[in-house]
Ligand binder design. Structure first.
Ligand code: FE
Length: 131
């Protein structure tokens, strides 16, 4: 049986353009709202065309000691230059980056999963501790 975790790839974001990069504080205060930025292709740009683009990114938080992760948000990038004139002729392209705010009351790990329409699922994670 194939497990979906076998299909979610990861790599060093500095050389692999599909890996989501999570930018946020390393340590936060309990229940203090903080900023989380997720971008794809931070160092090596990922294409954003009708034919090849990032479709979505999902964020999860796995609190230390909890059994299951919580989904924090799911962010869809739905404009990729398609129009009635044809591919890449549209007036708008969604850029594959997200800025959001969360608060936590336990330390844990933030996970980001991104989806490229041609190259599948990619993930990364970042540990957060409480001050
Ligand atoms: Fe791709």
């Amino acid at each position: 049986m194939v497990n979906i975790t076998d299909l979610v790839k990861t790599a060093d974001w500095k050389v692999e353009k599909h890996v989501p990069v999570i930018d946020c504080a390393d340590s936060v205060s309990e229940n203090e709202v903080f900023e989380v930025k997720v971008s794809i292709g931070k160092k090596v740009a990922h294409p954003n065309t009708t034919e090849h683009h990032i479709g979505w990114v999902s964020l999860y938080f796995q609190p230390e000691g909890d059994k299951n992760p919580y989904q924090v948000g799911h962010y869809e990038f739905t404009a990729h230059g398609d129009s009635v004139q044809g591919p890449n002729t549209g007036a708008v392209f969604s850029h594959h980056a997200v800025l959001t705010w969360i608060k936590i009351n336990k330390p844990g790990v933030i996970f980001a999963v991104s989806s490229c329409n041609l190259h599948g699922l990619w993930q990364s994670s970042k540990e957060i501790i409480l001050k």
